[in-house]
Design a binder for this molecule. Sequence first.
Ligand SMILES: *Cc1c(COP(=O)(O)O)cnc(C)c1O
Length: 326
Amino acid sequence: MDVILCSGCSCALDLCITALARRGQNILIPRPGFSIYRTLAEGLGINVKSYELRPELGWEIDLDNLESQIDESTAAIIINNPSNPCGSVFSRDHTLDILDVAARYYIPIIADEIYEHMVFPGRTFHSLASLSREVPILSCSGLTKRFLVPGWRMGWIIIHDRQNVLEKEIRKALQCLSQRIIGSNTLIQGALPAILKNTPQEFYDDVMKTLHDHSRAAYNCVMKIPGLKPIVPDGAMYMMVYIDLPCFPEFNSDLEFVQRLLMEESVFCLPGQCFDYPSYMRLVITVPVDMLEEACQRIQEFCERHHYKTAENTLRNNLATVDIPY
Ligand SMILES: *Cc1c(COP(=O)(O)O)cnc(C)c1O
């Protein structure tokens, strides 16, 4: 048995972490990264250690840093590609380099590949398992993002273990754990073969074209905003934006920035803090394009109002037009 159906990809990740790591051991997770890895691991008494991604290289993993985090208690490395919150897609060479680190230290990989099909034109996704015969890889994915159906709770683990390194225990553990909740959503299980086989290609093309158009619209708009620096995404449904906080002296953190943005402009972005990455915020680019443009417009007005340079100019202009009565 090589495929285990789960209650969403979150449940798939939960089973993998539980099966591979013991209390007191550690797993390595990306920074910035999806918060559920930490939540799941720490709930089980498993420690987490973060490895750094490099925004200036399209959020590639800092491989030296990854390697430096590995110790004798490291039970697994979680790799999230394409990434939430970064929208990055790793090149084939980079994927090979990651596999090389795992192979040298004999560490299995939990691959969170829920965005595997969500790559913009011109970019290619390379699954970890397609590029290695030796590293054991538990690949996690599901219907949630590709079919835009978070409530259907259908995900899976695909076990790639050509050398039988995981042996019977890990397979058995995954199977036992998957039966604790008496399987995943049975209605969707019944529909799964038809969903995967009969969905017309136009559906996928349409979703990806929309996301790509939105990412470009958002990037082009945010690029021009004083004090912000967007990082262009290659896939998934997010864009990370650097906030040059010293330009906004009223705010001490990304959290304060997004809270005021919500209060003043009713635009909600998650602060980088949610992904263990201060001084950034994450934009979700799935909203209709007119709303997305309106949101970017409002972010621009907000930034111009609070940026120390543009705010000063506005103040000076306003003062210049005031009639002083003497
Ligand atoms: C959304 C998401 C998941 C979990 O999705 P489910 O709704 O549990 O299927 C897992 N990993 C990442 C990176 C996600 O963005």
